[in-house]
Design a protein around this ligand. Structure first.
Ligand SMILES: Nc1ncnc2c1ncn2[C@@H]1O[C@H](COP(=O)(O)OP(=O)(O)OP(=O)(O)O)[C@@H](O)[C@H]1O
Ligand SMILES: [Mg+2]
Length: 380
C-alpha cells in the first residue's frame, strides 16, 4: 500500500508491479498519478489517523510505503506495533515529518554539521533567535515542505513579514519556526542512500540540483565532488540512516560550502531530484527502493551516462490541462518526456519532467532545458 500517489509514487507502483506486487495507491484526491497505474485506489485524508488505520486494516497490506511527508504518523506507529511493515520504519516517518525532530537528531544527537539554527514560537523569540546567527537568515515553518512558508531575511525589519509568511505557510496548526544561518553554498546535492536487510548500505553517485521558489528546478548526475567531500557525505548519510533504521532508499540532502559538507534534511523515500536516475542509472531510485523493501539483491549501482532533468511547471490555475510542444521536445535525441497526468494545474505545480543523456553533464543539461522549454501547459 502506497501512501501518497504523486509522480514519485507512480514510479514506485511501476517498479513494484514489475516485481509482481499488487499495489493499492492512496491519496486525498482521485485520479492522482500513481492511482492511474495501481491495481486499486483509496481516496481519504492521510493525516486522519482513524481513516488511515481503517483503510490499512481493511486491506491488510504486507507493506505500507509512505510516499509523502504529511501522514498520521502515530497511526503508522500503531500499525507497525500490530505487525505491519512500514517503510523504512514508523519512527523514521515521524522523525522526518517535521524539521525540528530531524534537525535535533542530526545536529544534537548525531553531531552532524548543519547550518546553525534556533527555534521560535513567536515574533519576539524569533528576533532574539535570529540576531546571533548574523544576516541573512532563513526562516521556515517547522511543519512544511516544498519551500512553503520559507523566506530569506536580510535584517530585523523583515522578521515580522517572515513570521507571518511562516505561520500562514505552515502545514497544520503549529506556530513553531526554525531560523537558520543562510549558507552561501557552491552546490547542493542529494545522496541517494539505500539500506538493505541483508547487505551493506549502498550509495548512488551524487546528484546535483537547483531549487527555486521552494521546489527543485533541475538536477544532474554525477555531481562533481572531491573524493573527500563524497566520503564525508557518505559517512554522514550512513550515520543518520543507520539511526532511522529499516530498509529502503533515502534522499539525503547536503550543501557543499568550500571543503565542508553540511547536512540539510532527508526524505525516507525516493527524492524528486532523483527522477534523473530514470535515465542515468542501471537501476533507478524506484527500483532500488523496491529491491530494498522486498529484500532483493542489488549487485551494482552505476551511472551509465551523464544525465540531467528539468521540470515542466504550470503557470496558471487550470481545471483541466493539455500540453503543447511535446512533439518538438521529443525531437531532442537521448531525451524522454514524462507527463505525470495530474488532472488540474495551479501556478508552480510540477506537471512533468524532461530527462536527457549527454556526453557530459553540460550537454545533458542543454538538451533537457531545450526540450522542457518547448512544452507548455495549456487549458484543457
Ligand atoms: N540555511 C540555508 N541557507 C541557504 N539556503 C537554504 C537554507 N535552507 C534552505 N535553503 C534553500 O531552500 C531549499 C529548500 O529548503 P529545505 O530543503 O529545507 O525545505 P523543503 O521545504 O523541505 O524543501 P523540499 O521539500 O523541496 O526538499 C534548499 O534546497 C536550499 O536551496
Ligand atoms: Mg529539501
Amino acid at each position: 500500500m502506497l501512501l501518497g500517489s504523486g509522480e514519485l509514487g507512480k514510479e514506485v507502483v511501476i517498479a513494484a508491479q514489475r516485481l509482481g506486487c499488487r499495489v493499492i495507491a492512496c491519496d486525498r484526491y482521485a485520479q492522482a498519478p500513481a492511482m492511474q497505474v495501481a491495481d486499486q485506489a483509496e481516496v481519504f485524508a492521510m493525516t486522519d489517523a482513524a481513516a488511515l488505520q481503517d483503510v490499512v486494516r481493511r486491506h491488510k497490506p504486507d507493506v505500507v510505503i509512505p510516499e509523502i511527508e504529511a501522514l498520521a504518523v502515530d497511526a503508522l506507529q500503531s500499525l507497525e506495533d500490530e505487525g505491519i511493515q512500514v517503510i523504512p520504519t514508523a519512527r523514521a516517518t515521524a522523525v522526518t515529518m517535521n524539521r525540528d525532530r530531524i534537525r535535533d537528531l542530526a545536529s544534537d544527537a548525531l553531531g552532524l554539521r548543519t547550518a546553525r539554527f534556533a527555534y521560535a514560537t513567536n515574533l519576539e523569540e524569533l528576533r532574539s533567535a535570529a540576531i546571533p546567527l548574523g544576516w541573512p537568515v532563513v526562516v521556515k515553518p517547522v511543519m512544511s515542505s516544498s519551500g512553503k512558508g520559507q523566506s530569506v531575511v536580510h535584517n530585523a525589519d523583515e522578521l515580522e513579514q517572515a513570521w507571518q509568511t511562516a505561520v500562514s505557510g505552515a502545514r497544520g496548526s503549529s506556530e513553531q519556526v526554525i531560523v537558520e544561518e543562510f549558507l552561501n553554498f557552491e552546490l547542493e546535492i542529494t545522496l541517494l542512500t539505500i539500506r538493505q536487510a541483508n547487505g551493506p548500505t549502498l550509495f548512488c553517485p551524487p546528484i546535483g540540483h537547483e531549487q527555486s521558489g521552494g521546489d527543485y528546478q533541475c538536477s544532474w548526475q554525477p555531481a562533481a565532488l572531491s573524493a573527500a567531500q563524497l566520503n564525508q557525505a557518505q559517512t554522514m548519510a550512513r550515520t543518520v540512516t543507520d539511526n532511522l533504521g529499516g530498509v529502503g532508499l533515502f534522499g539525503v540532502e547536503f550543501f557543499l560550502c568550500g571543503d565542508d559538507v553540511v547536512f540539510s534534511e532527508l526524505s525516507p523515500r525516493p527524492h524528486d531530484t532523483g527522477l534523473v536516475t530514470l535515465t542515468s542509472q542501471n537501476l533507478n531510485e524506484f527500483e532500488l527502493h523496491l529491491r530494498a523493501v522486498l529484500g532483493l539483491p542489488i549487485p551494482s549501482i552505476q551511472c551509465q551516462s551523464p544525465s540531467a532533468s528539468r521540470v515542466i511547471l504550470a503557470d496558471a490555475q487550470l481545471p483541466s490541462v493539455r500540453y503543447s510542444g511535446v512533439g518538438e521536445a521529443l525531437e531532442e535525441a537521448d531525451s524522454q518526456v514524462l507527463l505525470f497526468g495530474k488532472p488540474d494545474a495551479r501556478p508552480g505545480r510540477r506537471m512533468g519532467v524532461v530527462l536527457a543523456r549527454g556526453q557530459d553533464v553540460a550537454e545533458a543539461q542543454t538538451k533537457a532545458d531545450r526540450a522542457a522549454g518547448r512544452i507548455k501547459v495549456m487549458p484543457g
